[in-house]
Design a binder for this molecule. Sequence first.
Ligand code: SF4
Length: 231
Amino acid sequence: MNKRFGTPYDVSENRAGILDVLIATKLSQNTTDKSSFAAFTNLKKKFRNWDDVSQADVGLIKNEIKVCGLADTKSKEILSLLKSLKKNFGSLDLDFMNEYPDEKIYEIFLSHKGFGVKTVSCVLIFALGRDAFPVDTHVHRILNRLGIVKTSSPEKTFEAVKDIIPQGKKYEMHSNLIKFGRNICKAKNPLCSICFLYKMCEFPDKGIYRKRKIDPNEIKENNFIILENLV
Ligand code: SF4
């Protein structure tokens, strides 16, 4: 897939802050990366740092992130996360986590409501420079359509594949699948007629979608990824 989508973003050269990745990923749930990036930028402009956000009224946070939807839930969960981390670790400087193994990082953040394995896997990649395989709805959908897994949720897909993808290839595969899911194997109306994985795909409806006429607007690429734009 590198041939089709180019070399993935070089995380080793551009590591973002742990809280930046956690909060940006939270904001990106159930919305586009462009909307969540606008919400993230609003927060960064309004507050000097995450410590200031942790002391803010939840209504202020909600107001800054309303552009990305689900602002009520997202603002409460972000505030709760920040307060809890500060209470547990004494400050919001989390750089000491660079020394922690992956399992410990999962354990710490999964204990917070609204922060799941996908979000923590993103922290491992984009903030800590590790190799991980976040499974979002795109990745989950594609791996099921291809017949690589037969699972009912992204969390179950993550469990099914996390140990079979070779170490060193996880992030690259994640990045390519996201781009493949956005631009070709879309949730609605996948572009099966131009798909280079057509022959190996097990999606029962691929023949139907192959015959569908594609509107030129459907092949415009969308490769803006919020987590590649935090630094
Ligand atoms: S053939 Fe269609 S359903 Fe299968 S991977 Fe390609 S775009 Fe997705």
